[in-house]
Design a protein around this ligand. Structure first.
Ligand code: F3S
Length: 402
C-alpha cells in the first residue's frame, strides 16, 4: 500500500506511540485486503464500549492508548456502553461493572470522542452525507450509513474504527470502491398476506441468511426510514452484508444493473416460518420486554408513548425497557414521562450490551437483531419471544378505567 511521507512518519513513530499503533493497524488491514492507499474520512463511529464485551483486556488497551496521547482527528461517536448512567442499579448492573464502565468512558473522553453512546448516530445529526467516506463500526449503523445514506464505510471492528478516527483516514478497499457497491443478487419480496404491514425485521433475517456477504437489490417492499433502519439491522445480524439497495427507496438503487443476477423469491410462507422460529419462549414466560435495537428514533418513541398514554399498567412483574439515545430522550420529556409510568426509558446502553442476565431470563422483543444475539452466551443467554410492538405493549397494559 502506498503511504505518503506524513503517513510514513506516523508509522515510524515520529508522531508518537498512539499514532504509530493506529497506523500499524490501518496498514495491516490495508495490506490484508489489497488497498492501494489510505483515504480521508469525515467521521468515525467506534464500538467496543461496553465492559460486557471488551472486559479487562479491552480496557487495558484503551488506557494505554489514552496514556500514549491518542486523540481523534475527525468527529467521532461511540456505540452504546454497558449501563444507563442513572438506572444501572435498578437494571441489575453491579458496582464493579459500573466502575469499570466509567473507566472505559473516561479513556474515550480523553481521546476526544463524543460521549453520546448510541448505535443510531444518524438519527441525531451525527451523520455523513451521500458519498462521504467514513469509518463506522456497529453492523446496524454501518449498513444504514451505506444503504440509507449512501455514505461509504466498511464494517469496521472496534480497534480499526478507533485507529481510523485517530489518523482521520481508512484503507481504500471494500465498500469504499465503486465496483463493490454493485448489486450482486436480486431479492423479489412477494407478499400477499402481509403486503400492507410487512414485518421488516423478519424479512431482513430471511434476506440476510440468503445473501450472506452479497449486496442484494430488493424489490416488492417500500420501507420508511425507521423500517429501513430495522430492516438493515436484521440483515446485518443474520447475514454478513453491509450494503443493500431497495428499488425506489435507497440512494444508489437507480444506478444498479440487474442483468444476469441470481433471483431469490421471498413469500409469506418464508416470513411466517422464520417468525415462528425466532421465539424460544412464550409471552406468559417473559420477565422483560425490551425495545430499541437499534436505538429508537423520535417517531418510534412518540408512537410507543401514544399507545400507552390512555392505558394503565398490568403485570407489574414484567419489566419494560425502551432504549434510545440521550439526545432523543431529552427532546421528548413528555413522552418519556408517559412511558415511565410503565417502565424505563434507558439511554447510553441497550438490552444486548448491558448485563441483562443479572436480573432477567426471558425477554420479549420486537427486534430480529436482538433475537439473534440475546440467546447467545456472552450476550445475555436469554430465552426470547419475538412480537410486534403493540402486541407486547398490550400484554402489560389495558385501557384505563373511566
Ligand atoms: Fe444497537 Fe444494541 Fe442493537 S448497540 S443495534 S441496540 S445490539
Amino acid at each position: 500500500m502506498h503511504l505518503t511521507r506524513e503517513e510514513e512518519a506516523a508509522l515510524s513513530g515520529e508522531r508518537g506511540p498512539a499514532q504509530r499503533t493506529a497506523m500499524e493497524l490501518l496498514v495491516a488491514l490495508g495490506d490484508l485486503y489489497g488497498a492501494d492507499r489510505l483515504i480521508p474520512i469525515t467521521r468515525a463511529h467506534v464500538s467496543g464500549v461496553s465492559y460486557k464485551t471488551i472486559r479487562e483486556g479491552g480496557l487495558k488497551w484503551l488506557k494505554e492508548l489514552a496514556r500514549d496521547g491518542a486523540v481523534v482527528s475527525v468527529p467521532s461517536t461511540l456505540n452504546p456502553c454497558g449501563r444507563d448512567p442513572q438506572h444501572w442499579e435498578e437494571m441489575g448492573v453491579d458496582a464493579h461493572f459500573n466502575q469499570r464502565q466509567g473507566e472505559i468512558l473516561k479513556a474515550y473522553a480523553s481521546m476526544g470522542l463524543e460521549m453520546v453512546c448510541t448505535c443510531t448516530p444518524f438519527l441525531i445529526g451525527r451523520s455523513p452525507n451521500f458519498g462521504e467516506h467514513v469509518a463506522a463500526a456497529e453492523s446496524a449503523n454501518c449498513i444504514f450509513m451505506n444503504s440509507g445514506i449512501g455514505a461509504r464505510t466498511n464494517r469496521e471492528g472496534a480497534p480499526s474504527a478507533l485507529a481510523a478516527a485517530i489518523i482521520g483516514k481508512t484503507a481504500n478497499f471494500g465498500l469504499h470502491l465503486d465496483e463493490n457497491r454493485k448489486a450482486q443478487v436480486v431479492i423479489e419480496v412477494d407478499l400477499k398476506k402481509e403486503k400492507k404491514r410487512p414485518d421488516f425485521p423478519v424479512i431482513g433475517t430471511v434476506i440476510g441468511e440468503a445473501v450472506g456477504t452479497r449486496v442484494p437489490f430488493i424489490r416488492g417492499v417500500r420501507p420508511g426510514d425507521d423500517e429501513l433502519k430495522n430492516f438493515g439491522a436484521a440483515m446485518a445480524a443474520w447475514g454478513s452484508l453491509s450494503l443493500f439497495h431497495v428499488e425506489g427507496i435507497t440512494p444508489e438503487a437507480d444506478e444498479q444493473s440487474l442483468d444476469g443476477l441470481e433471483r431469490i423469491h421471498i413469500t409469506d410462507g418464508d416470513v411466517a416460518e422464520r417468525r415462528a422460529k425466532l421465539s424460544s419462549a412464550r409471552l406468559d414466560e417473559v420477565d422483560l420486554i425490551a425495545f430499541g435495537c437499534p436505538h429508537l428514533s423520535v417517531e418510534e418513541l412518540i408512537d410507543i408513548a401514544a399507545f400507552l398514554e390512555p392505558r394503565e399498567r398490568i403485570r407489574p412483574e414484567v419489566a419494560l425497557w425502551v432504549s434510545t439515545s440521550k439526545v432523543v430522550a431529552q427532546s421528548l420529556r413528555k413522552e418519556v414521562q408517559v412511558i415511565e409510568r410503565f417502565g424505563r426509558v434507558i439511554v447510553d446502553t441497550c438490552q444486548v450490551v448491558t448485563p441483562v442476565e443479572n436480573k432477567h431470563k426471558v425477554t420479549a422483543l420486537n427486534s430480529a437483531k436482538a433475537a439473534f444475539y440475546m440467546p447467545k452466551e456472552g450476550f445475555g443467554s436469554q430465552r426470547v419471544c419475538y412480537g410486534a410492538t403493540e402486541d407486547l405493549l398490550a400484554w402489560i397494559s389495558r385501557p384505563a378505567a373511566g
